[in-house]
Design a protein around this ligand. Structure first.
Ligand code: NAD
Length: 229
């Protein structure tokens, strides 16, 4: 069977969860990466059976998540983590959650993976129009939503089996003006789409790994509800 790592699952409402289920139904082993601040509630809810109804697969069995990895995809390695984040209670309670460390831990746990899914985005100023977006907010959106894919691919490619596949999720606001999708998120998705083409070329040659992105329709996930979509 195939082994899949899905980055960006913290509840049962988003695309990451739905993709995990589809892969599980197809027989894949499921590993997920969960944003550190959301880890505790996600693991608690899983343990208490809050997601059992939505874990149901077409054959009646429940999706098993083999392991949940804490992840913050805006930090590539421990040297990048600022002191205030290190000291933050939610972060101090977990370890090995930078991109490099997560890939190392997955390697130590399982050796290799076959499928990598990027289902994460963050734009702190998403409610601001582009015209009202600060430099800091814009760069934060690109860091969390676009560069995070490059960094994750950089670190996961060496542990991916040849013939493997990676996918991310984009949004039509990259190509058409969608009022309300602000804070540089439209720019971040445009970057993600362009990077997908370049990375498909590079990862295809380097590791026989496919790189694709899906421009997904609107879904009432936690992230989408936060901006009133
Ligand atoms: P979601 O809230 O389920 O998923 C986003 C996840 O990103 C959350 O679990 C969040 O904890 C995580 N995250 C945020 N910052 C992170 C970080 N620094 N490190 C690690 N994880 C982090 O919402 P979703 O809408 O399913 O989003 C999944 C993907 O789908 C995103 O790329 C989003 O832009 C894309 N998308 C969503 C829609 C939609 O309408 N919901 C449409 C098109 C594309």
């Amino acid at each position: 069977g195939k082994r899949a790592f899905i980055a960006g699952v913290a509840d049962d409402n988003g695309y990451g969860w739905a993709i995990a289920k589809a892969l599980a139904a197809a027989g894949a082993e499921i590993l997920v990466g969960t944003w550190v601040p959301a880890l505790n509630i996600f693991e608690t809810s899983l343990r208490r059976g809050k997601f059992d109804e939505s874990r149901k697969l077409p054959d009646g069995s429940l999706m098993e998540i083999t392991k949940v990895y804490p992840l913050d995809a805006v930090f590539d390695s421990p040297e990048d983590v600022p002191d205030d984040v290190k000291a933050n209670k939610r972060y101090a309670g977990s370890s090995n959650w930078t991109v490099k460390e997560v890939a190392e831990t997955v390697k130590n746990d399982f050796g290799t993976i076959d499928i990598f899914v990027h289902s994460l985005a963050n734009g702190p100023e998403v409610k601001n129009s582009l015209l009202e977006t600060s430099r800091k907010g814009y760069l934060a959106a690109v860091s969390a939503s676009s560069y995070s894919f490059i960094s994750l691919l950089q670190h996961f490619l060496p542990i991916m089996n040849p013939g493997g596949a990676t996918i991310s999720l984009t949004y039509i606001a990259s190509e058409r003006t969608i009022p309300g999708y602000g804070g540089g998120m439209s720019s971040a998705k445009a970057a993600l789409e362009s990077d997908t083409r370049v990375l498909a070329y590079e990862a295809g040659r380097k590791g026989k790994i496919r790189v694709n992105t899906i421009s997904a329709g609107p879904l009432g996930s936690r992230a989408a509800k936060a901006i009133g979509f």
